[in-house]
Design a protein around this ligand. Structure first.
Ligand code: ADP
Ligand code: MG
Length: 247
């Protein structure tokens, strides 16, 4: 397989914060339509890796290619336009807008909230909002104020806002934190549907959840990759048990 076949090719990536290497010469490849889960102890560098891919943090060295385009010097908003979507741990939705409006303002032609609110709501946008709302289980909540949604529903709404932009790489940092077990099940189903059209990277701690969704698991430790493979392979890897699963 050549590098051009991957959605994401991260090679020899390093970032130092005052001499401390939070990501240390890391190489990682993610296929198109793959759902990759990244696990590892706190401080392993998982969130920092997503920060580097989306452009929130600049790399000190190495390369990040998305669909064979070099990203390392590209501004964050340009990476979004290229098709990279990132969900942070706390949902950033507009609490005082309805579910419909939250999705509508996320439609790519609406560049800012201000612009998007005055943007004429075409049938095309409406149809897209409807499809996404149904996908995230909020099809009957379009008129509900987002602030009134449950914690889990807010998380789904934010995923929906990213889906409005049809990203080719979607990254989610601990998406099920604070969710009920039913919400976790529904989120697993949602993520499995989502990765049919795109690459998805999920950071997660809940091993039951990881088992349900992961195509492949990457275990990080001290800014490096400790192990990578199927859930079975990493779960039975003595190094992984030692630094992570054993605790
Ligand atoms: P994880 O998500 O795996 O828990 P993080 O990526 O958040 O780990 O953090 C990895 C390490 O990098 C931690 O030691 C953290 O304190 C450090 N770190 C992360 N971001 C910064 C930053 N902007 N400045 C300095 N240190 C940072
Ligand atoms: Mg983290």
């Amino acid at each position: 397989m050549s590098n051009t076949d991957f959605a994401l090719a991260v090679e020899d990536l390093t970032v130092s914060f005052d001499g401390f290497k939070a990501i240390d010469n890391l190489t990682l490849y993610v296929d198109k339509n793959e759902l990759r889960v990244i696990i590892g102890p706190n401080g392993a560098g998982k969130t920092t890796l997503l920060d580097l891919i989306c452009g929130k943090t600049r790399a000190s060295g190495g390369s990040i290619k998305f669909m064979n385009t070099e990203l390392t010097r590209m501004a964050e908003h340009k990476r979004v336009r290229l098709g990279i979507g990132r969900k942070f741990q706390t949902p950033s939705i507009y609490e005082n807008l309805s579910v419909f409006q939250n999705l509508e303002v996320s439609y790519p032609t609406g560049r800012s909230v201000f612009g998007a609110l005055t943007f004429k709501c075409t049938d095309e946008v409406k149809a897209k909002v409807q499809v996404v709302a149904e996908d995230i289980g909020l099809g009957d909540k379009l008129d509900t104020e987002a602030g009134l949604l449950s914690h889990g529903q807010k998380q789904w709404l934010e995923i929906g806002m990213l889906l409005m932009q049809e990203p080719e790489l979607l990254m989610l940092d601990e998406p099920i934190a604070g969710m009920s077990s039913r919400e976790r099940e529904l989120t697993a189903d949602l993520l499995k549907r989502i990765c049919a059209n795109r690459a998805v990277i999920v950071i997660e701690h809940d091993m039951e959840f990881v088992k349900q969704i992961a195509h492949k698991v990457t275990v990080m430790h001290q800014g490096k990759i400790l192990a990578e493979g199927s859930m079975d392979q990493v779960q039975n890897d003595p190094k992984v048990i030692d630094v992570y699963l054993g605790h």
